[in-house]
Design a protein around this ligand. Structure first.
Ligand SMILES: *Cc1c(COP(=O)(O)O)cnc(C)c1O
Length: 379
């Protein structure tokens, strides 16, 4: 079956008791046993829950993986993967990672004994150099496209390099979603999600997930999901799974709107840069065409007049809301230098290409002409 069909049907069938087309939410924390140890496969909801299993089956299928474990947030999923490592293990951090991932690495896992090397750029050679600098390389972690500069990383090339060092590869696929990009088919071992973003899709649920290439790879992740109690609640699982059903149609619209807006932005005054992988002048345009189905819903723009101009722009938009996060049906804008990346020292920020005039747009699924008009009036 194709993606759109599996998104609606995998892991979900009508309730055998009542015929309800949408299976009920299983809120029960515990399950009746016939005699001690004789039960229907469910004992206690931290360990097994039918609503969570339904979401996990669907997500595993959409990512083209063998199995999935759902978590209470993207960072809980990240934490579980990092806890599989041992003190002294080597870890390669992608050149540009979500701020919360960096914070967890630096404030928790480095003091605990993880040896972290950072890839200095998006190039596969930079990942290879970081791998070769480690005593005991075990895991490579990357995002593509990245936040906030919308760079791309060649997932196949980095996976091949990591496997030469016997290291596992985790791709944070939050920005692309499995509809646009399938990291496991490109050689990665794990695909990670903040389901809070496009998968949930309506900015009303926090969640995370890990999908593994094989059952065996997921085993330690599932062990930590239960043992450390990193589970999502049943209602959260239900909301994410409801989001999955419309993922394909939403992503088509996010991508079409972002393309139209990016092209319109190129003609507008007051901008020094428009960064969108769908534009032929994006340095990774060819890689994006090879690695992704379409170019996604995230655009970065740079206001020529810097910090004050960017701040003014963010207060003048009417349809776009000034807010963190991304991937919902509604359009959002954010100013990384004063929001998500405010804790990064200014010199560091500029060295990474995050200028004071940078604004990140999460393009929603409203009418594209309305979105173009909103940006034009704000500029
Ligand atoms: C939001 C986000 C996360 C963290 O997910 P939470 O659900 O907020 O814990 C991780 N990676 C990326 C790329 C994100 O955008």
């Amino acid at each position: 079956m194709k993606f759109e069909t599996r998104a609606i049907h995998t892991g979900q069938s009508a309730d055998p008791t009542t015929g309800a087309v949408i299976p009920p939410l299983y809120l029960s924390t515990t399950y009746q046993q016939e005699s001690p140890g004789v039960h229907k496969g469910y004992e206690y909801s931290r360990s097994q829950n039918p609503t969570r299993e339904s979401l996990e089956a669907c997500l595993a299928s959409l990512e083209g993986g063998a199995a999935c474990a759902a978590f209470s947030s993207g960072l809980a999923a990240t934490n579980a993967l990092l806890q599989m490592l041992r003190p002294g293990d080597g870890f390669v951090a992608g050149h540009d990672l979500y701020g919360g991932t960096f914070r967890l690495l630096h404030s928790v896992f480095e003091p605990w004994g993880l040896e972290v090397a950072r890839a200095e750029s998006a190039k596969p050679e930079a990942y290879e150099r970081a791998l070769s600098s480690l005593q005991r390389p075990r895991m490579v972690w990357l995002e593509s496209p990245t936040n906030p500069l919308i760079d791309l990383v060649d997932i196949r090339a980095v996976s091949d390099a990591a496997h030469r060092y016997n290291a596992q590869v985790v791709v944070d696929n939050t920005f692309a979603t499995p509809y646009l990009q399938q990291p496991l088919a490109l050689g990665a071992d794990y695909a990670l999600h903040s389901t809070t973003k496009y998968l949930g899709g309506h900015s009303d649920v926090i969640g995370g997930a890990v999908v593994a290439r094989t059952e065996e790879l997921l085993e330690p992740v599932r062990y930590l999901q239960n043992t450390a109690g990193l589970i999502p609640g049943p209602l959260d699982c239900y909301l994410v799974q409801r989001g999955l059903k419309t993922l394909a149609v939403r992503m088509d619209r996010h991508c079409a709107n972002a393309m139209q807006l990016a092209e319109a932005l190129c003609e507008m005054k007051g901008l020094s840069r428009v960064i969108y992988p769908g534009l032929p002048d994006h340095p990774d345009h060819a890689l994006a065409k090879r690695q992704m189905r379409a170019f996604g819903g995230m655009i970065a723009i740079e206001l020529a007049d810097g910090f004050e101009a960017a701040k003014a722009f963010c207060t003048k938009v009417r349809i776009f809301s000034l807010a963190e996060s991304l991937g919902g049906v509604e359009s959002l804008c954010s100013h990384p230098p004063s929001m998500t990346h405010a804790s990064v020292p200014a010199a560091d920020r500029r060295a990474r290409g995050i200028s004071d005039g940078l604004v990140r747009l999460s393009v929603g699924i409203e009418d594209a002409d309305d979105l173009v008009a909103d940006i034009r009036q704000a500029l």
